[in-house]
Design a protein. Structure first.
Lengths: 296, 794, 194
């Protein structure tokens, strides 16, 4: 095994081009466990923690450019207003020690369906900025996950940053685990209201081979909200609409039975989380709506 | 101070600071908080090698071939050993039945069984070399439950049994069977107004001690070996190790290294023999440290169990009878299974008075992971089931569940189903009364001005509820655990106590082989010596095999038995010191000859408090030393047909009240409070006693809601050998645990004390389950309960 | 490979490090600092918690090479670290905590600094002993590093704050009650001391 220590992004890209099997390591949450438990012996380990820009972020007009290695703790503490869904998701990641070191780039690189960040990224809307010596490209989050622990990266590419739409409405995130802290998701659900475009987006984790959106549920809810004039009148969403939305979210799942939970429980739990997070976000939207009305 | 000229009579130790009854601080505390305390995995030696074990990838198979050539040729590898390299005819070990191969021979019987061992100059070299060993298996059908174990054509897990249980078991795949029959259950059933039945399942729990199995074996010039090891019983290890090495016991020196928790999981050997074999083969020190993955294969677990119960009662709630069948899965090797069967059967009705009882307990041989000792063994599984039955009975009778328990609670003098009278206080009803009387935690503590604090709700930080679906439930349970080794075992300990002047001060040194595993034995041993010898300074000598056996740090027995041995040795030292004083100084004061003399504050005093001499002057240059064995009252084996017999020496009782909040839609549980009342006879160190109760309670909580080793029933392979998927409670899962300590002396025991460590692990689990049942209205016949069970989605 | 970094204020060098080794392994097996514990080696138990450039991390998940040039504080250096923080905060205008620069400027003196001998205990270490928060002690080093860092950031934590901050540290012996007591005690003593 060789240990590569690129001092700059350009050096990292060159090294990855030369050694496409090199395994990038930043927070180490996934890679070091595989090494410690003898599950993986890469020819090259490439340390990305010397590249300062990967731990930096910029808040733009419409999006946040989040460096791949910005720790979850920082997202929770510094980016909650802009990225509320991802901040909530970050808070559910493992332990304080892991949140101090792990970042979204690791979740994306591993592309485990159980990665905590995925549902929040799917719901918020995001693009993954990847680069190789051949050039840079942005992969829409919807196209990023290609299979179980597989993503759209070419062998010579590295994840540089994630461009996430700034929240224009309430966002929520829930994760079911069998412990009250430090637990891998049995399943997870992210929901973002986008009043600007009058749409909702969802993200489901650990209930299908890849992180997914519940598109039929989104379409149904978008139509129901539009038809009922809910975005304007700020009324309570009728229970039948919430239930139908929850059922469609559950139906979007394609889960398996494993040591962490059964397929039928995962489907059920996604439905419950979908209904609850819809209630929470909509209550929050209505509250903001009323306040705005009052001021106006 | 006497004020009227009549001296107040004092007793030995009553004036000594830091003696029994005080919450003195741990003598190893400073080392443990500075990182200096040397645990077994911290051992290091110049030129040491690293040992690695190759384990079976299948659960049940014949070994067709093992090829070590490539591994042996790896640079940096010093030795590769298989069964064929074992040096003597003794190739098996075991606690009671020597059925466990040191390295697999011809067959593997469970997933993760050791097949070969490697020593190399770096752990990675050793791992890579082990991976190069080629083992060819021919798989056999797996035995995974009672049906497959006792089927007419069942493959025998052990083909050639010759142990002392084989004669009385109904099938060779049953390790041991113990019936307990008393009275006439058929007739009693006729008197019952209600009868409730239940079938219960207890999952496989892991001890999950944090310090991994590890140690360092150093070859010695005389051909022997010195093993620095984390264990629960040095001399039991020694008895099993030495014959395999072909060495007399005095050439296998053992020193206790720091032990990072045990909870029963270190009663059996793990890497001990392997490290010694490699050290003797290579002539170099060999260190072995399991990682967490290997640890799940490297020690026995708590027996999973199926329990079938029938309880009957008259309309007023008086129990008429209990009939039970308890099937424990012992896995591939016997370990402590026979003793687990003894506890499960003899304590199978719980702390209740019942005249008509018919219980059968068995342990199976299967190809599942070997199971053995874990905190409260046998009694834990039974308590889960009989307490569920008591709640079911109360519901059927329309009675308060605590009232039903109090009505049937055993008392001093009650006969156990074994016919043995309980001859010390048994405050079962009082413990229930106390735990019920504690104030309840306020409702909806998660509400705050800023909305719901998810940290205090089911789901915790995962943000699954802001109060939706959350229902509170309250449940009670009480249990009984035997203290000390039962069934006729010669359960003794040895203490060597020395008193001398060091640096101008009298100092007592206590040397035992007791394994300090974290429970605080070293703290109370020093307290006992202070009380008995009236000195301030006590040195606890490191535990090793240069002193006689202390017995095991298990069965809640060390404070009782090794504490008893220390007290006994101290009494003998005290007599010798006083004799010395009489010889040297007796002529100076008549009280030397006539008065009752005590050692207090470093002085010889009369029981009126008059000082006769300084211990420094009495001892001078002399040292007084005593090494003595001490044993508790003898017990007898249970009759193999009827289970009758005075099998136990002492009992420990605890009661719990659990308050839980359940997210009934998602099936997530938050335990809000887990209150405990326990009788400890005499709290030698109240701080440590409460710590034991809280720790035991939390392990019971774990197996109620999250802890379970999952074994694939088709392959008998372990599915979750990691801390990612075997979950133990975090600080956010653990509630406040108020403890009410009762001290009713057991006159048969030193200072009246009662073993403390295990009882709280019993009743914690059924109390939590009862509370979840109360919140959900579900029957819940298995533990741990998982979200899918609470939502009907399993 | 060779790795150079600073541990408890002292420059350290490790040679012949296998590239797959963790910082935890290097501390324990190469630098003679076994205080950080190896309970799970998968980031689930927190017993190996150290401060890496001031930040609490699981040292089992840090590749040794990633520590190159960094500052590490382990339980062995905790007492000295706390002492210097207390001294510095006395000068500072009421600010709690140690800035990264201050931490970097800190250097333990004397040969005993590696083992903690000769150094008094930090408030949180003393509180763990006094409150009975130590049983087997295997989780203790990681808990101490995590608890000390939390009290640096949050000198007056609520119970829920303590539980959240320590939720990455498993303990199997105590049931956590006495750990809660210890952290409350350390916080109280710390506020009295100010």
């Amino acid at each position: 095994m060789d240990f590569l220590r690129p001092a700059s992004w350009e050096e990292a890209l060159a090294a990855k081009a030369e050694h496409p099997t090199a395994v990038p390591i930043a927070g180490g949450t996934d890679v070091m466990v595989e090494i410690n438990f003898d599950h993986r012996r890469p020819d090259y380990l490439m340390d990305l923690t010397r590249i300062g820009e990967l731990s930096a972020w910029e808040v733009g007009q419409d999006t946040v450019r989040l460096g791949a290695s910005v720790p979850y703790a920082t997202i929770m503490e510094r980016l909650r207003p802009e990225l509320p869904g991802l901040a909530l998701a970050s808070h559910t990641v493992a332990s304080p020690q892991i949140r101090n070191r792990g970042g979204v780039g690791g979740n994306l690189g591993t592309a485990s369906p159980a990665g905590d960040a995925h549902p929040a990224l799917l719901a918020a809307g995001a693009e993954v900025e990847v680069e190789s010596v051949r050039g840079s490209r942005r992969i829409p989050i919807d196209d990023f996950y290609t299979g179980v622990k597989r993503n759209a990266l070419a062998p010579d590419e590295l994840i540089r940053a994630v461009h996430i739409d700034k929240a224009d409405g309430p966002q929520q995130y829930s994760k079911v685990g069998t412990r009250n802290a430090m637990v891998i998701a049995v399943c997870a659900f992210g929901l973002a209201l986008h009043p600007g475009t009058r749409t909702v987006r969802t993200g489901i984790g650990s209930a299908a081979p890849t992180p997914i959106r519940a598109r039929a549920a989104e379409d149904f809810l978008n139509a129901a909200l539009e038809e009922g004039g809910f975005w304007d009148n700020g009324k309570i969403i009728t229970p039948s609409v919430a239930k139908r939305f929850a059922d469609l979210c559950a139906a979007a799942c394609n889960p398996i039975d494993d040591v962490r939970g059964t397929a039928s429980y995962r489907r059920h739990a996604v439905g419950v989380m979908a209904r609850r997070t819809l209630t929470w976000t909509w209550e929050s939207y209505r509250g903001a709506h009323r306040t705005t009305e009052g001021v106006a | 101070m006497p004020t009227n000229g009549v001296p107040t009579k004092i007793t030995q130790g009553s004036g000594t600071k830091g003696g029994i009854g005080e919450s003195t601080l741990r003598p190893d505390g400073t080392l443990k908080v500075t990182g200096e305390f040397a645990y077994s995995s911290d051992m290091w030696h110049e030129d040491m090698l690293w040992g690695q074990i190759l384990r079976s990838t299948v659960a049940h198979a014949e070994i067709v071939s093992v090829d070590t050539a490539e591994a042996l040729a790896t640079p940096g590898v010093y030795a590769v050993m298989t069964y064929d390299d074992l040096p003597t005819e003794v190739k098996h070990y075991g606690l009671e039945i020597q059925d466990t191969p040191v390295l697999a021979h011809g067959k593997v019987r469970h997933h993760g069984e050791p097949v070969a061992i490697v020593a190399a100059d770096h752990p990675e070299t050793a791992r890579r070399a082990a991976a190069k060993i080629k083992v060819e298996y021919r798989e056999l059908p797996v035995i995974t439950d009672e049906a497959s174990a006792t089927a007419p054509d069942a493959v025998l897990v052990h083909e050639h049994r010759d142990d002392h249980h084989v004669g009385h078991v109904p099938h060779p795949n049953i390790v041991h069977r113990q019936p307990i029959v008393r009275g006439d259950v058929a007739a009693a059933r006729e008197r019952a107004d209600v009868v409730v039945e239940g079938e219960y399942t207890f999952g496989m729990q892991d001890q999950a001690f944090l310090g991994p199995e590890s140690g360092l074996a150093v070859p010695e010039e005389d051909g022997g070996v010195h093993l620095y090891i984390a264990t629960q019983w040095l001399h039991s290890d020694l008895r099993q190790i030495a014959p395999v090495l072909g060495l007399p016991e005095d050439k296998v020196r053992m020193t206790l290294a720091g032990v990072g928790g045990a909870f029963g999981g270190r009663e059996d050997l793990s890497m001990q023999i392997h490290a010694c074999l490699l050290a003797l083969r290579t002539g170099k020190p060999v260190k072995i440290v399991y990682n967490r993955f290997e640890s799940f294969f490297g020690h026995v677990h708590r027996h999973p169990a199926k329990l079938y119960y029938e309880h009957g009662a008259t309309a007023d709630g008086t129990l008429t009878h209990v009939k039970a069948r308890i099937v424990l899965d012992g896995g591939a090797y016997a370990s402590a299974s026979p003793a687990v069967v003894g506890n499960a059967s003899s304590l199978g009705v719980g702390p209740y008075a019942v005249d008509d009882v018919d219980i059968e307990a068995i342990a199976l041989y299967t190809n599942n992971p070997p199971c053995g000792a874990m905190r409260g063994f046998g009694a834990v599984q039974a308590c889960f089931a009989y307490e569920a039955q008591m709640d079911k009975l109360a519901a059927r009778l329309g009675m308060d569940p605590v009232e039903l328990r109090r009505r049937n609670a055993m008392e001093q003098g009650t006969l156990l189903p074994t016919g043995q009278p309980v001859d010390s206080p048994a405050p079962v009803a009082e413990l229930l009364r106390r735990v019920k009387a504690m104030p309840l935690p306020p409702e909806r503590q998660w509400e705050s001005s800023e909305g719901a604090d998810v940290r205090q709700l089911p789901g915790g930080l995962s943000n699954t509820t802001h109060g939706e679906g959350v229902v509170r439930g309250i449940g009670y349970a009480v249990g009984i655990k035997n203290v000390g080794f039962s069934e006729g075992f010669d359960d003794y300990s040895t203490a060597r106590v020395r008193m001398e002047v060091v640096g101008g001060e009298p100092v007592a040194t206590v040397h035992t082989a007791m394994a300090e595993v974290g429970q605080g034995g070293v703290t109370v041993h020093a307290q006992i010596a202070r009380t008995e010898l009236g000195v301030a300074q006590v040195t606890i000598h490191p535990a090793d095999t240069r002193v006689g056996s202390a017995g095991s740090t298990s069965a809640s027995r060390q404070t009782y038995v090794t504490g008893g041995a220390i007290r006994h040795a101290c009494e003998l030292v005290r007599e010798k010191v006083l004799d010395l004083g009489r010889r040297k100084l007796g002529s100076y004061h008549p009280a030397w000859a006539h008065a009752e003399l005590l050692l207090e504050g470093g002085k010889v005093v009369t029981d009126g408090g008059e000082v006769l001499a300084d211990l420094v002057d009495v001892l001078g240059d002399e040292a007084v030393e005593v090494e003595e064995e001490w044993r508790h009252r003898p017990t007898e084996p249970f009759d193999l047909r009827t289970g009758q017999g005075n099998g136990h020496v002492q009992y420990s009782f605890a009661a719990h009240r659990a308050v839980v909040e359940v997210d009934t839609e998602l099936g997530l549980v938050k335990v809000i409070e887990l209150a405990c009342a326990q009788d400890v006879g005499k709290a030698l160190n109240p701080l440590s006693v409460v710590g034991q109760i809280q720790g035991g309670t939390t392990q019971g909580l774990g197996v109620a809601v999250m802890e379970e080793i999952l074994v694939d029933p088709r392959t008998a392979k372990v599915r979750n050998p990691s801390f990612t998927d075997y979950l133990i409670p975090t600080i956010l899962d653990t509630p406040t645990i108020p403890v009410d300590v009762l001290e009713l002396a057991d006159d048969h025991a030193p200072y009246g004390l009662r073993g403390v460590g295990e009882a709280p692990t019993l009743s914690s689990t059924p109390a939590v389950l009862a509370a979840i049942r109360a919140a959900t209205g579900l029957e819940l016949n298995r533990t741990p309960v998982r979200p899918e069970h609470l939502t009907g989605m399993s | 490979m060779r790795v150079n970094f600073t541990v408890n204020g002292r420059p350290q060098q490790a040679d012949d490090v296998w590239e797959g080794e963790s910082l935890l392994y290097v501390l324990r097996e190469r630098l003679g600092l076994p205080g950080s514990k190896n309970a799970c080696e998968q980031g689930e138990c927190g017993s190996c918690t150290v401060r890496l450039d001031g930040v609490p991390v699981c040292s089992c998940l840090v590749a040794a090479g990633q520590a190159e040039g960094r500052e590490v504080v382990t339980v062995e250096g905790l007492a000295e670290y706390a002492r210097l923080r207390a001294r510095d905060s006395g000068d500072a205008d009421g600010a709690c905590g140690t800035s990264l620069d201050e931490a970097k400027g800190w250097r333990a003196d004397g040969a005993d600094a590696q083992t903690g001998e000769g150094a008094g205990l930090s408030p949180v270490q003393q509180a763990f002993i006094d409150a009975g928060a130590v049983q087997c002690g295997f989780c203790t080093p990681g808990l101490l590093v995590a608890a000390d860092e939390m009290l640096e950031r949050n000198p007056d934590p609520s119970d829920a704050d303590i539980r959240e901050a320590l939720s990455g540290n498993l303990c199997r012996c105590t049931g956590y009650e006495k750990i809660m007591d210890a952290v409350r005690l350390a916080a109280a003593r710390q506020s009295e001391g100010v």
